[in-house]
Design a binder for this molecule. Structure first.
Ligand code: ATP
Length: 295
């Protein structure tokens, strides 16, 4: 049975259509990622599922039952922002939420141990990584079958991000279904069994990372790093995305295209530091589908 089933979901804010007909099935026990740039509608979709935000039309089922207050118990939600009380300790925060959710008290100590949380520290003294873990612990108090995470690793340093990913993978091993929203393709790729690529309120592609990359088609990507000038001259000929001094250029045949590309850039005054020929990434998939980069 599917953990989550969504058919024809539409949601507008005033006259603005934020979700334009979403169809989606998340299987029981999988990690499913919504990948898309800011404003794609990921948070809106998640808030409808996890917070009871109203919607215009469509059908949503959680383990076969219509989404309602009764299905809320199946879903744990980890929002982007911290949900703990700054002046309360870790333990006091968990006690507060355990009371609110009517969760068993033993669960608090299980979670403190599991996430290696500093019991007596106030929330405001926690690092970003520990705050996120406390959020996660709170969402797991009533042991939900589905865990929904909004941009789980935004703002975390690399080690905390890896630790969080490990925890998420562990939840799947324990049989939980995980739906996460992200605009980091690395995150979607590292975690998700399947990925829905979202843009402007629609799902524009859905599949495993490999299936999505196959959409880019034949060819490879030339990655060039450095002080780059003259990229606009290449834009007419190739699909190209540029970010933080790195250009990714899609070519059918890298051997044939490389000399011309380098010549154009160097003649325009570029200083090339690094050049690599790579397999397509999910960023390239997004570029192919929308003509834009992910961030
Ligand atoms: P982000 O990563 O920035 O949260 P997102 O993909 O989650 O992006 P949403 O937050 O769902 O996107 O926003 C989708 C669109 O709906 C955006 O254009 C946003 O400006 C708009 N929107 C979101 N919330 C509201 C609101 N409360 N009122 C009006 N417009 C909104």
């Amino acid at each position: 049975m599917n953990a989550i089933e969504i058919k024809g979901l539409r949601k507008s804010y005033g006259g603005f259509l934020a979700l334009r007909g979403i169809d989606l099935e998340v299987e029981d026990g999988e990690i499913f990622a919504l990948l898309g740039p800011n404003g794609a509608g990921k948070t809106t979709l998640i808030r409808i599922l996890a917070e009871g935000l109203g919607y215009d039309s469509g059908e949503i089922r959680i383990f076969g039952r219509k989404l309602s207050k009764k299905t809320a118990r199946f879903i744990g939600y980890v929002p982007q922002e911290s949900i703990s009380y700054e002046l309360l300790t870790v333990e006091e925060n968990l006690k507060f939420y355990a009371d609110l959710y009517d969760a068993p008290k033993e669960r608090i100590y299980e979670l403190i141990e599991r996430f290696a949380l500093p019991r007596k520290k106030r929330a405001k003294e926690l690092s970003g990584g520990f705050r996120r873990r406390l959020n996660l612990a709170i969402s797991l108090l009533y042991d939900p079958k589905i865990l929904i995470l909004d941009e789980p690793s935004t703002g975390l340093d690399v080690p905390s991000r890896r630790e969080l990913w490990e925890l998420i993978l562990e939840f799947r091993r324990e049989g939980k279904t995980i739906l996460l929203a992200t605009h980091y393709m690395e995150e979607a790729e590292a975690l998700a069994d399947r990925i829905a690529v979202m843009d402007e309120g629609k799902i524009i592609a859905l599949g495993t990372a490999d299936e999505l990359k196959a959409l880019v088609g034949e060819g490879s990507v030339i990655m060039i790093e450095g002080f780059l000038r003259g990229l606009e001259k290449l834009k007419g000929k190739f699909r190209l995305v540029e970010k933080d001094g790195t250009a990714r250029i899609h070519v059918k045949n890298s051997k044939e295209s490389l000399p011309g590309i380098v010549e154009t850039l160097v003649k325009s005054g570029s200083e090339i530091r690094l050049m690599k020929i790579e397999e397509p990434t999910l960023e390239d998939v997004f570029l192919k589908l929308t003509g834009r980069g992910l961030e």
